[in-house]
Design a protein around this ligand. Structure first.
Ligand code: SF4
Length: 325
């Protein structure tokens, strides 16, 4: 087994995920779609690692592979130094006490026929960690921890606002006191006015419970201010990983620069110096050869069309996959 660094809580090594998909006019042609293509990434204990990229770039698939919700086509997953990618369902179920997910749309992830009390009691009952008599107390405590009231336990999900429902989703994720929380676009379905409240809550809970977050988002502006490090993904591959402060100044990957230019940041110098990227993301069914970003890259050269750039170190703790950096 590879020796994993002490500081690492979650380790992904060469992860690949392929799906067989139906294509063509009648859907009769079957082709392989590579959603995640050889991703290696570490989430360090106690950090917030932001994982950003446009929709369809494979970041949510990567999060699901990390949590064992899907099996990789190739590659390995490590948690706290142990390889976990070969675990069976029981093994993953046991591990899930230590790693939890907050979904994008709490309305879809909360059972509408269950009261909030029953939803929050489920993890305790499934894992048998507290006796039935204690469960009510634990549910009440969870509700208070996420800024709701114990009497909310009697209500159903549809009786709450979007922000309150996401608080319930967060409470459920925290019920078993995990070490790692994967937050998959946790605020993108919420009104802008509520997003900051939910982000603040996540950050407070991180401090209170000494959590580690893998925070998945399509919006670099959202992750910039809460992340210790940021990983940028494009068409199934990681193109840049660096401390958040690195994203305040060049040089950076041209795709990251384009994402920043597109983000609503009140910095007139940036929007003048880096024009927003044009064009559409290519289909993962037909990724471009060489650097996958080359059809949209304002700096592309001949080599970019021929050879895929490796992810290499270009500064302290700064990895970048670009021939020109
Ligand atoms: Fe652009 Fe070439 Fe760098 Fe890819 S390798 S990001 S195409 S400059």
């Amino acid at each position: 087994m590879s020796a994993r660094p002490q500081v690492e809580l979650l380790g992904l090594e060469g992860l690949v995920k392929r799906y067989r998909v139906a294509t063509g006019f009648l859907g009769t042609r079957k082709r392989w779609l590579t959603a995640v293509d050889g991703v290696s990434l570490s989430v360090r204990r106690g950090e917030v690692l932001g994982l950003v990229g446009e929709s369809g770039c494979g970041k949510s698939t990567l999060a699901r592979l990390a949590l064992g919700l899907e099996a990789p086509s190739a590659g390995r997953v490590f948690f706290a130094g142990q390889e976990v990618s070969g675990l069976d369902r029981r093994g993953w179920r046991r591990l899930r006490r230590r790693m939890q997910i907050v979904f994008q749309d709490p309305m879809n992830s909360l059972n509408p026929r269950m009261t909030v009390g029953a939803i929050l009691a489920e993890p305790f009952l499934i894992h048998g960690v507290v006796g039935r008599r204690e469960v009510g107390e634990r549910v009440a405590r969870l509700l208070r921890e996420v800024g709701l009231r114990p009497e909310h336990a009697r209500r159903y999900p549809h009786q709450f606002s979007g922000g309150q429902r996401q608080r319930i989703g967060i409470a459920r994720a925290l019920a078993l006191r995990p070490q790692l929380v994967v937050a998959d676009e946790p605020v993108s379905a919420l009104d802008v006015s509520v997003q900051a409240q939910v982000l603040n809550l996540l950050m407070e809970l991180k401090e209170s419970f000494r959590l580690t977050y893998l925070f998945v988002a399509h919006d670099l502006a959202v992750v910039r201010h809460i992340s210790d490090r940021i990983a940028v993904m494009y068409l199934g591959r990681i193109v840049e990983v660096a401390p958040a402060a690195v994203f305040d100044r060049p040089p950076m990957h041209p795709y990251t620069a384009a994402l920043l230019a597109a983000a609503p940041v009140p910095d007139p110098r940036r929007s003048l110096s880096v024009p927003p990227v044009g064009g559409e993301v290519a289909s993962p069914l037909d990724p471009p050869p060489g650097c996958r970003f080359h059809p949209r890259c304002p700096e592309a050269e001949d080599i970019c069309r021929l050879a895929a750039p490796p992810l290499k170190q270009i500064g302290p703790d700064h990895l970048c996959a670009c021939h020109l950096r």
